[in-house]
Design a protein around this ligand. Structure first.
Ligand SMILES: Cc1cc2nc3c(=O)[nH]c(=O)nc-3n(C[C@H](O)[C@H](O)[C@H](O)COP(=O)(O)OP(=O)(O)OC[C@H]3O[C@@H](n4cnc5c(N)ncnc54)[C@H](O)[C@@H]3O)c2cc1C
Length: 534
């Protein structure tokens, strides 16, 4: 075997500049998830073990919304080392098993469909379609047991199951501020993350164009090998320092405002198993059930709806769904955003994660999952030294350009196939407002169902199953089939199996309220916030 000394010197790791000092700027969901994930993955036996520092401005609050997650969050929390019950209790969290979309297809009475987290039955999507056709049920209910479990407000797991395991695939609804508090505590007390509460006022560059350090107002300079820009919409490093352009996608996704409010609930009220998204004339309303309150928000396009009209939409929704609540006592928060993302996400020794990388809109909770996927990619391909960083950067940029485009396709699908007739919805269907790839796929899907062939990457954010739920939930015609390949026989037995499984789950699972109240009583926590009655 060749001795170490005979290799070219730049092949030998110990002679290269290591990447060990990680500086996370920003203490929102993105910053704390990043700090926790990296610190939890650190190898204490490494020649240069990682040191993680998180700097968080006391002047700029976190965005404070972001209450719906994707099932990836279970793996993320497990990897960080947080127990599921600790998480559920500390973050006032509840279970999320998918979304229900009301009023998106036509806006008529009864227009409602589920996008559950469990994929449809059938290995080949044509089998799935055949099973659905053999029934007289809506697509999701025919091919998946989860909508029934959701309709009954049931939890996806029993208490005795191991942490993060369920009878059905699930994610959570949570209080974003409480998640940041839990992650702060865990990062600083258990994972050795250094926390600096200070405002970054300047950035010092090295000769090679890297960031050498950031300067804080009271704590001086903080040097690092790798900087994570988690500064939210400020995008202090990726935008402010590197000037990476922001690609505006508002020509495809029109929403740019939200009006968010917390609605009190009764201690015994049902907790919904899914996010409820209700379409209105120029956007939609999210409704997320936590044990202590509901988080409700009206998302809209300011070009199509005034702030006053949005406020009226929100008020009418709350009156309809919570007539016992005094609407006048609620204080909604207005948020603005611009739909789009950076042209690059990793430049020199700076990686943008979270809102600094981009934000499209709250639909389908695609933001926190993008943070998690960014962290997975960074940690799985963590640069051992500065030398190879540009190669990691270009692979990361390629992957995430692809992923942002796919998320845009999927979100746009919800608008592009709607048959609602208000100007906002009609404009969504104009040819220039739909990405080319989605337009082509919609043509192909008239003949065949979405399949993994259409989504070839490992870890697609939204797989073919998600497209099937939205397409057929919204009344897109079942595919015609081609001259090749015989259509599978109608599969009424599969539908019967789905129905049997739904029945078995219904008798075995507790309600969300039962599950969470037991957990919260054991932790001596209030079961719900006080409710003000009109
Ligand atoms: C209306 C709305 C609804 C949403 N709903 C969902 C949802 O249901 N599901 C989902 O997945 N996502 C949702 N999101 C997105 C989600 O809220 C964010 O992706 C998530 O909270 C991450 O935010 P962040 O950490 O990137 O930024 P922020 O929370 O904005 O944090 C930025 C941090 O940077 C710090 N900072 C800024 N400048 C400086 C400086 N100069 N020095 C030091 N620190 C600085 C701030 O102090 C703060 O700590 C929603 C977003 C909006 C707008």
């Amino acid at each position: 075997m060749r001795g170490r000394e005979s290799w070219p010197s730049d092949w030998i790791g110990s002679l290269r500049t290591s990447v060990a000092r990680i500086v996370v700027v920003g203490g929102g969901t993105a910053g704390w998830l990043a700090a926790c994930r990296i610190a939890a993955a650190s190898n204490p036996a490494a020649e240069h073990p990682v040191e993680v520092t998180l700097i968080e401005s006391p002047d700029i609050p976190t965005i404070g919304v972001g209450e719906g997650t994707w099932p990836t969050i279970r793996k993320t929390l497990e990897r960080i080392g947080i127990s599921e019950s600790d998480f559920l209790v500390s973050c006032d969290a509840s279970f999320k098993q998918g979304s229900r979309f009301d009023g998106w297809a036509t806006g008529e009475t009864g227009d409602s469909y589920y996008h559950p987290f469990v994929p449809p039955i059938g290995v080949d999507p044509r089998e799935t379609i055949a099973a659905w056709r053999s029934s007289d049920m809506p697509f999701a209910e025919a091919v998946c047991a989860q909508p029934k479990v959701c309709a009954l407000d049931l939890a996806p797991r029993q208490k005795a199951m191991p942490d993060y395991a369920g009878a059905l695939n699930y994610a959570y609804h949570l209080d974003a501020a409480k998640l940041a508090t839990l992650l702060t505590r865990h990062a600083t007390q258990r994972l050795g993350v250094r926390h600096i509460r200070d405002h970054v006022t300047a950035v010092t560059m090295a000769e090679n164009g890297d960031i050498a350090s950031v300067t804080t107002r009271a704590n001086g300079e903080v040097q690092g090998d790798l900087f994570l820009d988690c500064t939210g919409h400020a995008a202090l490093l990726i935008g402010g320092q590197y000037g990476v352009p922001f690609l505006d996608r508002s020509g495809q996704l029109f929403n740019d405002r939200a009006l968010a409010v917390q609605v009190p609930v009764d201690a015994e009220s049902a907790i919904a198993s899914q996010t409820i998204g209700t379409a209105h004339k120029a956007g939609w309303i999210w409704d997320i059930g936590l044990p202590t309150r509901r988080g409700v928000g009206c998302v809209y396009s300011s070009a199509h709806l005034s702030d006053e009209e949005a406020s009226d939409e929100l008020e009418a929704y709350i009156r309809r769904t919570a007539p016992e609540v005094a609407v006048a006592d609620l204080s909604p928060r207005r948020l603005s955003f611009r739909s789009g993302h950076r042209e690059l996400f990793w430049s020199h020794n700076c990686v943008a994660i979270g809102l600094s990388a981009g934000f499209l809109e709250p639909l389908e909770a695609s933001a926190i999952v993008s943070i998690e996927l960014s962290l997975d990619a960074l940690i799985d391909n963590f640069p051992a030294s500065r030398d190879a960083m540009h190669l990691h950067a270009s692979r990361f940029n390629r992957l995430f350009s692809y992923r942002w485009d796919r998320v845009i396709d999927f979100l746009k699908l919800h608008y592009a196939i709607s048959r609602r007739d208000e100007p906002y919805w009609r404009e969504h269907r104009e040819p220039g407002a739909t990405p080319d790839r989605l337009r082509d796929l919609l043509r192909i899907w008239r003949d065949q169902p979405p399949s993994s062939f259409d989504f070839p990457e490992a870890d697609e954010v939204f797989p073919a199953a998600s497209y099937q739920y939205v397409l057929y939930g919204m009344g897109f015609p079942a595919p015609r089939g081609s001259a090749l390949g015989r259509a599978p026989a109608d599969q009424d037995t599969s539908v019967r199996q789905v129905r049997d499984r739904a029945r078995a789950l219904a008798s075995a699972l507790p309600t969300n309220r039962e599950y969470l109240n037991v957990l919260r009583s054991a932790a001596s926590l209030p079961i719900a916030e006080g409710i003000s009655v009109q």
